[in-house]
Write a protein that binds this ligand. Structure first.
Ligand SMILES: O=C(O)COP(=O)(O)O
Ligand SMILES: [Mg+2]
Length: 235
């Protein structure tokens, strides 16, 4: 009998990496091109989490600017072009990420990313941040015909990575992550340092962490059977 490995699925923006500087920076370039004032970073970071198209829509709404459907598509393409050239100007991994990935890998976990960024940008960003090779599977908003909060975004990521859905955990920072995981029956760890207009604890994830140092204990609490030597393939 083949034993599938346990799997940890990570959101990217606001979970693995602080990326608001470059995402909001690009939003502000687009707003400026359209004749609107920039949004302050602290206000705009909570608009992140549903992908670039949603960020533009939310950004224009926050700026009190009109935006029609056709113009949105033009600006979405312009956003992708500008952002693609500035993926990691002002972006970095959150503290403790690499050590937490090391520890999960040592426990036999497969690691995957499920993000509402476009896949090519997710791959390129993770490359620039030096952790691309840690994730055999990186899935973006455009990878499948559905995306978070649709639970299939997460369950399809687990399937593509060959992970065991009964020994899987999701780690995210937004309502979309919590909703998608819970609808898919996957336990979810919410981080408190990401992008959400509502405090993470109010979104009721199964566990909350304030630092990546707490991640392995959280995963061990949520999927203890992923850590039992008995279910690991014989060495
Ligand atoms: O950039 C976004 O808006 C979404 O990306 P995330 O799913 O990695 O948070
Ligand atoms: Mg996020």
């Amino acid at each position: 009998m083949t034993v599938l490995p346990p799997i940890a699925v990570f959101d990217l923006d606001g979970t693995l990496a602080e990326t608001a500087g470059d995402l909001v920076g690009t939003l502000n370039v687009i707003l400026a091109r359209e004749g609107h004032a920039p949004l302050p970073l602290e206000q705009a970071r909570d608009l992140l989490g549903a992908g670039a198209r949603a960020l533009i829509q939310r950004g224009f709404a926050a700026a009190g600017a009109e935006l029609g459907a056709e113009r949105l598509e033009v600006l979405f393409e312009a956003f992708l072009e500008h952002y693609g050239a500035h993926l990691a100007d002002n972006s970095h991994l959150f503290p403790g990420v690499v050590a937490a990935l090391d520890r999960l890998e040592a426990e036999g976990f497969v690691l995957a990313v499920c993000t509402n960024k476009v896949e090519a940008h997710a791959v390129a960003l993770l490359e620039e941040l030096g952790v691309r090779d840690r994730f055999p599977v990186i899935v973006g908003k455009d990878t499948f015909a559905f995306s978070k909060p649709d639970p299939r975004h997460i369950t399809a990521t687990i399937a593509r990575a060959g992970g065991d859905p009964t020994r899987a955990v999701m780690v995210g920072d937004s309502r979309a992550d919590v909703a998608a995981a819970q609808a898919g029956g996957i336990p979810v760890v919410g981080v408190t340092f990401g992008y959400t207009p509502v405090p993470m604890r109010e979104l009721k994830p199964d566990w909350t962490i304030e630092h990546f140092d707490e991640l392995v204990d959280a995963v061990a609490a949520l999927v203890p059977h992923a850590f039992q030597a008995a279910v690991k393939p014989a060495a």
